[in-house]
Design a protein around this ligand. Structure first.
Ligand code: THU
Length: 161
């Protein structure tokens, strides 16, 4: 038997003010787009904004449904839009923010399990890592160099061959 280890490094900033101008702008857009969420059930509004390598900006927010499993996370709304509007164009960076009507919005949230899987598929399709900027309405900000780092030992198309 051998033991394997998995580590990843990410950056922690005290506030949005410590980011570069480009990153600050993208996270601010994600904060704004939380207002477009349709989240009457959870009252947890998520915004995600992708900057593509061709410079285009694509925004999305969570869209819930009375049939709860039919709801969509902000991240997957963005991935589907990017794939539909700009097929095969890689995402350089995605910023994710949220507005929690039930409490504070003061720490970064990271993508749910299904979104990690969807981010992984997109990464493989475009052969390009997706950098993530995670932050609430205020408080610390995390920058994760590649979304794939959040899903070690992932199940991928290669496993189906
Ligand atoms: N949600 C997202 O949109 N992205 C995440 O990363 C976490 C959760 C949404 C799903 C649901 O509409 C609400 O937030 C509460 O889970």
């Amino acid at each position: 038997m051998i033991k394997e280890e998995y580590h990843f490094n990410y950056e922690v900033y005290d506030s949005i003010d410590d980011l570069t101008e480009d990153d600050k702008w993208l996270l601010d857009e994600a904060r704004e787009v939380t207002q477009h969420a349709y989240a009457p059930y959870s009252r947890f509004q998520v915004g995600a904004v992708a900057k593509l390598v061709n410079g285009e900006i694509i925004a999305g927010s969570n869209q819930e449904n009375a049939s709860f499993p039919a709801g969509l996370c902000a991240e997957r709304v963005v991935l589907a839009s990017v794939s539909s509007l700009y097929p095969k164009v890689p995402i350089e960076t995605m910023a994710i923010s949220y507005f929690n009507n039930n409490g504070e919005s003061n720490h970064p949230i990271s993508p749910c399990g299904i979104c990690r899987q969807a981010l992984q598929e997109f990464t493989e399709k475009t052969k390009t890592p997706i950098r993530l900027i995670l932050g609430g309405m205020h408080g610390k900000v995390y920058i994760i160099p590649a979304a794939s780092m959040l899903l070690p030992l992932s199940f991928t198309s290669k496993d189906l061959q």
